[in-house]
Design a protein. Structure first.
Length: 77
């Protein structure tokens, strides 16, 4: 799966979200998207990294402490 494929999945999902709003005004889309994408991202990366936080942090381009904070926020520790 390429970056372009992931981008297309996100694009199509957002277009569906707007269709489903049925004309209602959206609110806080950015935070909503970050929230719904971040948890599965962390879950998959941690699994692929063998639950090695240092490796996962490196792959994500995050500081290990930042990763631990995000894992705690999503109750993944």
């Amino acid at each position: 799966m390429s970056k372009k494929h992931i981008e297309q999945c996100v694009r199509e999902s957002l277009q569906g979200y707007f269709r489903d709003l049925g004309g209602a005004t959206p609110d806080g889309i950015y935070q909503m998207l970050v929230r719904v994408v971040e948890k599965p991202l962390l879950e998959v990366v941690m699994t692929e990294a063998g639950n090695n936080q240092s490796r996962a942090a490196e792959w994500l381009g995050l500081n290990r402490n930042t990763l631990r904070k995000k894992l705690a926020e999503h109750k993944l520790l």
